[in-house]
Design a protein around this ligand. Structure first.
Ligand SMILES: *Cc1c(COP(=O)(O)O)cnc(C)c1O
Length: 377
């Protein structure tokens, strides 16, 4: 039997009946677009995260694009973000018409380093041309970024902050939930994320009623929300979540907290078995990661990957190339050596199987294989 990197089959076997019933209800009422499950899920998500408003949308990428569009940005607006993340983080900034400016990560937490962030803002101001407008901070692999410091810096320079919580649904930072750590947050329900649907989906969170109104309009072609819905007040998107996905997420959300606890248990087990032989991502004492990935650092990363592959254990390298070196962002003018911490991480990271249904013995076995490689090669 092979080990899945993320085990959606075992999860499905547990909720199969509830999912079927939920889907039957959607097929019966027939409101496939913006059916009642959407608003129900928005309420449940906002409650879970502790934010005033949640807006379901078509993907995690659109959950970033929508609030960025609401900010009316132009090419001269710099949105500062991390280069050590999934491509969509920077892509959304470009799609919304602004210019991404990368600031390096802390090599321990893998998240934006607040001290470097402030230096990047000052450098951007001093260089002229670009005007710092906002920050997109990512909770990488589920580990909340240091939002107290990031929000303080943002306030000092008058910038908005968006939390890219695509990987951190359920995570905790100083008694607050990920998704409620900044002005605005975006999450993804891509199937392999901590809370996934059975297709694409995402959500935006905010406490700002006016912004929530703007997001609702942008989600449906910038339509007017009062009066005539065929009156368009802005260029928007078709970024609605399918009712079917909301129905599925409502079922998955019911078992989410249990899964979250189990992921944390597994992460602790990995940590106990591995911290002698490899470096691990640092999680602050008052944070809890959602463990979208369990990622280790080793100079022998390629040997580890080969050995695990030979034993039928899947691994992944997130991320092989930091975004400032992405061909699609070549025009931004970055070169190798510009953001050394992100480049270093890209050369050393490897992510191990992580899901709520991993057995203790499997975790121990994977860890022992990793340590064997480190000691013997
Ligand atoms: C997955 C992900 C996204 C995009 O989410 P999609 O639902 O795939 O569009 C954005 N940012 C980060 C950090 C992600 O991991």
């Amino acid at each position: 039997m092979s080990i899945p990197f993320v085990d959606l089959k075992t999860q499905y076997s547990l909720i199969k009946g509830d999912v079927s019933d939920a889907l039957d209800r959607v097929f019966d009422h027939g409101q496939f677009v913006m059916g009642p499950e959407i608003e129900e899920l928005e309420g449940r998500l906002a409650d879970f995260v502790g934010s005033k408003f949640a807006l379901c949308c078509s993907s995690g990428t659109d959950a970033l694009v929508l609030p960025l569009l609401a900010k009316n940005l132009s090419k001269n607006d710099a949105v500062i973000t991390t280069p050590f993340t999934f491509f969509a983080t920077a892509e959304a900034i470009v799609l919304a018409g602004a210019t991404p400016v990368f600031s390096d990560v802390d090599p321990m937490s893998f998240n934006l380093d607040p001290d470097l962030l402030e230096i990047t803002i000052q450098e951007t101001l001093n260089t002229g041309g670009l005007r710092p407008a906002g920050i997109v901070a990512v909770d990488l692999f589920g580990n909340p970024a240091d939002f107290e410091k990031i929000n303080d810096i943002a306030e000092k320079y008058g910038l908005f902050v968006i939390e890219d919580a695509a990987q951190s649904f359920g995570a905790v930072y100083r008694n607050k939930k990920a998704g409620n750590l900044a002005d605005i947050a975006a999450t993804s329900f891509f199937p392999a994320k901590p809370l996934g649907c059975y297709g694409d989906g995402g959500a935006v969170f905010t406490n700002d009623q006016e912004l929530f109104g703007a997001l609702k309009s942008l989600r449906v072609h910038g339509q007017s929300l009062e009066g005539d819905k065929y009156e368009n007040i802005k260029i928007g998107l078709n970024a609605r979540m399918d009712t079917i996905q909301a129905a599925i997420l409502l079922q998955k959300l019911s078992i989410y907290q249990e899964e979250f606890e189990r992921r944390n248990y597994i992460a602790q087990k990995y940590t106990d078995c591995l911290n002698e032989c490899v470096e691990l991502q640092f999680i602050q004492n008052d944070s809890r990661s959602a463990w979208a990935q369990f990622t280790i650092l080793s100079d022998k990363r390629d040997d580890i990957q080969l050995s695990l592959t030979n034993h039928g254990i899947p691994t992944a390298i997130y991320y092989k190339k930091p975004l400032h070196l992405s061909p699609a962002l070549f025009d931004l003018g970055y070169e190798e050596g510009n953001l050394v911490n992100s480049e270093l991480l890209s050369n050393k990271v490897i992510s191990l199987p992580m899901h709520a249904y991993l057995e203790d013995e499997t975790v121990e076995w994977i860890a022992s294989l990793v340590c064997d490689v480190v000691k013997n090669s």
